[in-house]
Write a protein that binds this ligand. Structure first.
Ligand SMILES: CC(C)(COP(=O)(O)OP(=O)(O)OC[C@H]1O[C@@H](n2cnc3c(N)ncnc32)[C@H](O)[C@@H]1OP(=O)(O)O)[C@@H](O)C(=O)NCCC(=O)NCCS
Length: 435
């Protein structure tokens, strides 16, 4: 671990003068303009956040540290005997921008093993909650309960130079990330598998250990690695990433920030959409009596959904304007491992039918599938049929990217976030309809 931290220290120190110079010498240079539509419309496309960890091009999709998803999957060290890379190697890559060697990766794997034990009181918090509590609520509660562990808070209270803030933030992040899959699997087994908890296996990597603790056989280990990597980061403006960054900008520690990102991810327009997708597809299947419908029947079902005032879950995106490459990565997995799965066949059909319907309707700016259109289907195939749990998997992945960003926020000294609000009267005055 000393290696990752040392490498990070070098990178952060080398980067600092770039940020400082931009603020000092070019602080007044305009980046863009903001119109009334954006002010009322959720700050869509307003350029007011910085991250070097990922960038979302509307027409290309996400790049992590400048690399596309296929490039990342190809270059990161692979788990022996598996198709997928180590999630731990991906974390190294997100943090440093460099593809790690196998040795670098194994350092992080070893470190996660040392830090993965969930404290008993966090387990007690989970066990005290009614079993019908949503698993995202449980995850958020367990994470925030562990806030008392924060090394950042201890160091802050003892007095620490602001240039060092990132160091205990890194320690907190590693401690929390190592525990997230264990907490998630604990919730799953407690809530949905008759409270039969499976302890971690110290010989396995993060993805392998998660599949083991879930009690789901191969290739679920690779499914987990794929999920965690694909969901890790999607630049800074999405609700979960932004919530994490915003909370941490007050110098709240990563336990507070990650618990907050989980709460944002739990909304149906964001992470919860993947459970909505499966619910909706199964509604279609039920209506069609389980048979594969004709194109015409499917088109009618899609139109009926739209006419009843609902959105088509898994389609559309606030930024993307083409098929999400995270959807494509999961589709490839399905084509290879489960082409005959009945739900996949429906998903595949929707991939053909939905975009032209949305285009014809002419409302959605992006008629193409997003990451959520495919992810629940894979989980269902491998026996994880409890939809409510799907967003928890998303959260475990997203915590990797958000904590990496918070470490860099602290390293570069980004200040507390404080956008300005205006009143409706002021906007009407700007519009020229009111004095
Ligand atoms: C993701 C999402 C929230 C983005 O919202 P957005 O940025 O406001 O999207 P747009 O600017 O394209 O919205 C313009 C209109 O198209 C509609 N629209 C967008 N996606 C749609 C979809 N999948 N089905 C039906 N209508 C859709 C919007 O509801 C909006 O309608 P309105 O003008 O009546 O309010 C939206 O596409 C959506 O609700 N998708 C389904 C849920 C989902 O898959 N979420 C996961 C995202 S990763």
């Amino acid at each position: 671990m000393a290696k990752l931290k040392e490498k990070l220290r070098e990178k952060i120190e080398a980067w600092r003068p770039r940020t400082a110079r931009l603020v000092k010498e070019f602080g007044e240079v305009k980046v863009g303009e903001v119109n009334i539509g954006q002010v009322i419309g959720g700050a869509r496309d307003v350029k007011c956040l910085v991250t070097d960890i990922s960038y979302l091009d509307p027409n290309e999709g996400i790049r992590f540290r400048g690399m596309t998803i296929p490039e990342v999957m190809e270059k990161l060290p692979k788990v022996p005997g598996s198709e997928m890379p180590f999630v731990e190697g991906h974390l190294w890559f997100l943090l440093t921008g460099d593809i790690p060697t196998m040795e670098d990766t194994m350092d992080v794997v070893a470190e996660f093993k040392q830090r993965q034990q969930i404290p008993q009181y966090a387990i007690d918090v989970l066990r005290a909650m009614p079993r019908d509590t949503h698993p995202m609520t449980m995850l958020s509660a367990a994470v925030v309960a562990m806030q008392r562990e924060s090394i950042y808070v201890q160091r802050y209270n003892a007095g620490m130079h602001r240039n060092d803030y990132w160091d205990p933030t890194f320690e907190d992040s590693m401690n929390l990330l190592a525990k997230m899959p264990c907490i998630a699997a604990y919730i799953f087994r407690m809530k949905y598998r008759g409270d039969t908890i499976i302890p971690p296996n110290p010989d396995l990597d993060m993805g392998g250990n998660f599949a083991h603790m879930m009690g789901v056989p191969k290739p679920y280990d690779d499914v987990s690695r794929l999920y965690f990597i694909l969901h890790s980061d999607h630049e800074s403006g999405n609700v979960s990433a932004h919530a994490g960054h915003l909370i941490a900008s007050a110098l709240s520690d990563v336990y507070y920030a990650v618990s907050g990102l989980i709460n944002g991810l739990a909304g149906p327009l964001h992470g919860l959409a993947n459970q909505e997708v499966l619910r909706w597809i199964q509604g279609v299947m039920e209506k069609m009596g389980g048979k594969i419908p004709s194109d015409e029947e499917m088109r009618k079902f899609v139109w009926d959904t739209l006419k009843s005032g609902q959105v088509i879950p898994g389609y559309g995106h606030a930024v993307l304007r083409k098929t999400d490459p995270r959807y494509m990565a999961q589709r490839e997995f399905c084509l290879k491992h489960m082409p005959e799965d009945p739900i996949f066949k429906y998903t595949d059909m929707l991939f053909r039918i939905v975009p032209p319907v949305l285009l014809e309707q002419g409302k959605a700016k992006d008629p193409w599938p997003n990451v959520d259109a495919q992810s629940g289907v894979i989980q269902w195939h491998y026996g994880v049929t409890e939809y409510d749990f799907y967003t928890v998997l998303f959260a475990v992945g997203r915590a990797l990217g958000v904590t990496a960003n918070i470490i860099w926020d602290r390293g570069l000294g980004y200040p507390i976030e404080r956008p300005k609000s205006v009143t409706t009267d002021m906007l009407e005055a700007v519009a020229g309809i009111k004095k």
